[in-house]
Write a new protein. Sequence first.
Length: 339
Amino acid sequence: MTEPILIWGAGAIGGILGAYWARAGVPVLMVDIVPDHASACATSGLKIEGPVEEFTQVVPCVTPDRLEGRYSRIVLAVKAQSTKDALGQLLPHLTEDGFVLSAQNGLNEHTIAAHVGDDRTMGAFVNYGADWIAPGRILFGNRGAVVVGEIDDSVRPRTSEMHALLQIFEPDAVLSQDIWAYLWGKLGYGAMLFATALTPDSMTANFADPQRGPALIALAREVMQTAVAEGVKPKPFNGFEPGAFMPGAGDAAALKSLADLAEFNSKTAKTHTGIYRDLAVRKRKTEVDPQVGAVAQIAARHGIETPLLRRLVELIHDIEEGRREMSSDTFHELTKVLA
């Protein structure tokens, strides 16, 4: 197709996809709310840095107020809490037969479907490590799982097309007929990642600390219990083994998964989560409410108690609002819930 793919959000996820696609000759247009970043991408180019690969690629990029035209393929790659606002801006630019693919963390597919319809919504799961460093600069820290699929578990020509496009960036990208299994798996892993951001320590240091293991395991178990209640059987990826955190699973399997996650994250140049960077570097709100908080709300509808998830939300808010500092003591406020 000669029509550009529209990528809404040119940060860590969208920016890397845009750079790889543009380098491969795929027509791409990115949209970003940071004027300096949009300008750099479109003029001097977007610089991809890090151990995976380094290159600079000019990618057309505009701010939302400068966007014109309508597009049949829109990849949404904004923070979860910005989903509704972004949808309001992009809807006039979506063709009647077009679709929106969520390349985000969380269950944003539900929000997208509520705005554009189930038939015009597609899901994706991404677990590669990347950080927005500065205008025109993104760190690509490590490769990770990439999955795409329809939210109704079907496979259509457009699904195969997007899978082929994702393979340009990640040759091992998977086309799944159960995208929700991956999205819920990422929520379990994601809850633990939010907990690591309660401290200034790396992801690996957190996963390898036996004193933090019980709280990390309990968080994942609350998410997995909720997934089961939703009728979802999460799938494993990059060291996260959902079965190890299912109701009735023993501690040995959970500890093995933590060790595997420590090993996986020890090999990345992205030592800390994007959550950590939001709190410590960019001094902005995190995605804790639409991710961790959303799972707690879903669990409540099933009558499931989630004391660890709810406390985690409170602690992240405390750091966001300056009531607490990142520290091991803050992390162990979670451990107290287990007492």
